[in-house]
Design a protein around this ligand. Sequence first.
Ligand SMILES: [Zn+2]
Length: 246
Amino acid sequence: MLRVGRVDVLELGYWIAEHLLEQIECKVIPIFEALYSDCVAVFAFDNSSNHAAFSKDALVASRMNLNLSGKQPVMRNTYFGPNNQLQTMVFPITYHDEKLRGKPKGINKQVLIEREKWPPGGLILVCKECKEKIQDISRTTCCARRVISLKPDFIAQKGAIEELIENAGHKCIFPPKFHCELNFIESLNSVNLTTIRKFSRKCWCYMDLYRKGIDGKLVEYAIKKYKSHRRISECVLEELNKFTND
Ligand SMILES: [Zn+2]
């Protein structure tokens, strides 16, 4: 297990996603591969917004405008539909309208029209509910951002860190939000590797219990009952199940 510290960020005075990406690409992965040339690394990140940041050309609906006007990023090409049809997210350099060549397509103007998903009545860019981040899975056609964000290629868009690591042939995990008990990389600066390993095994026990349907205070009781790193006895499990079924 390698621990990764922060590099100097003197020029800005604070740490941003680009610093982390550069550190992973130029330092961490080369060091890991030099030390363990035949191994696949598993990178574990906590839920900082830096860690979830998308790359500049990622397929992100919230960055798109409705029409061609305004500032919007140049996004990467994508594929859609049952035949995996290629869709460029900018107008090709051969486009008949010279002024639009190389310009990003807006959500409605081209992207949804090309996918035959633009309704005759049109759509607003973003509705009130989406703007306020009100969760409702039944709301699928309320506004243009929602429609495009639910397309499989947009849903599948990974963060920049995950893309970088996976493209290098390694793996990347993110513990769930609000579960610090599952996150063995918390507070690592001052602890030794043996303790980190012990804590990672404890995290595994928590995950195992959650998968078995045990939750709340019972988890804290059960975690003490693990006989080995990976096993809880059947009789303890039976005892716990009685509680959860009551
Ligand atoms: Zn909406």
